[in-house]
Design a protein around this ligand. Sequence first.
Ligand code: GLV
Ligand code: MN
Ligand code: MN
Length: 420
Amino acid sequence: MLPPAIAADDQTLAAAAERVMSRCDRLACCSEEAGAVTRRYLSHPMQEVHHTVGDWMRSAGLRVRVDAAGNLIGRRPGPEGSRVLLLGSHLDSVPNAGRYDGVLGVLAALAVAELLGAAPLPFHLDVIGFSEEEGVRYALPYLGSRAVCGGFDPAWLERCDPSGVSMRQAIEAFGLAPDKIPEAAYQPDEVIGFVEPHLEQGPVLERAGLPVGVVSGIAGQTRMRLRFLGHAQHAGTTPMHGRRDALLGAARMICETQRIGAGADGLRATVGFLRVAPNATNVIPGEVELSLDVRHPEDALRRRAVDTLLELGAEIARELSLGFSVIDHVVQEACRVDPRLTSMLHDACLARGYDAPMLPSGAGHDAAPLSERFPVAMLFLRHPGGVSHHPDERVDVPDVQVALGVLLQFIHLLAESESQ
Ligand code: GLV
Ligand code: MN
Ligand code: MN
């Protein structure tokens, strides 16, 4: 049994879950595109999200700040000198996203802070909304969480988005000071850990008929930008034989990516972005930039797949008389979750009546970079239909209610453990 100060009855939890859902609906309106959810790093609608969520946080009695990387943080203070539990997820989205990826975890964390009311805890609780997880604007994921774990590379500030705005300019335009990003880092000895509630983004819990699961690990990923260089020429006058068509090279590369990705259990390989120049109907494509996203729970297998794909790219380029190069790449190794926090999360599920399965995550999460510096654990919520990075993303209110009960129970177990 929870002590009365931390307990919440079913009716209170149900009302809190309804509030989380209506807040997700409200934030879905903060978008770069009417009628769709698109919210990239430091975009205008992210300002609106910060105002709105910041107001909710302040009403819950949290001390609100935005760090120099654009992370929104609301602190529920504990005793002076105590450590901090980070709870939350990210506030950015992919283009034409659903309304729950990331946002659900932030709003669930805020709901937990609200449910806790004035209950004394032996630690600070920081509800955190990371500014950038998806990597859409600068082709670099986890910018917010990398700043929080001290892994933000200042060279990234000079990168430009597709419209030529550097990250430094974007941060300044958002009203923040890029040179203060190192101050966003938490020190390992001040952090108990990071717990991230998130939609499963897959079918496992739905098939098992269970509302929640506990994450056993997160697949590592390599993201690259590649370039094929050919020769732009007249589409009507240049014979088919001997053309140097960069898009033909990219097309073959996409086919190889599918073939290699399908060739090993658990491997995922995707080309999701193309930039074609000059991108005109009557000109042979002279240059193509394409993305490559390769993931697997085993880092060695992922690395081998990436090496194979790069060799294939070079071979395609030789056959078609093209140039081929890697513009840049970023790696996130597979994430190990913390055994103590993870089994505490599992115990919290059991105490609420759910024998939650342990399941791996193929999707990336802020917990992955954070795991390099702090203990992390993740709670997955059942995802009806399992479709994510798409407007059809769904979550059911009763499952949010279960998750809130589990998170509250987890806080209780952690408070007990930290008081010993
Ligand atoms: C983020 O959702 C990712 O898995 O890339
Ligand atoms: Mn996502
Ligand atoms: Mn996410």
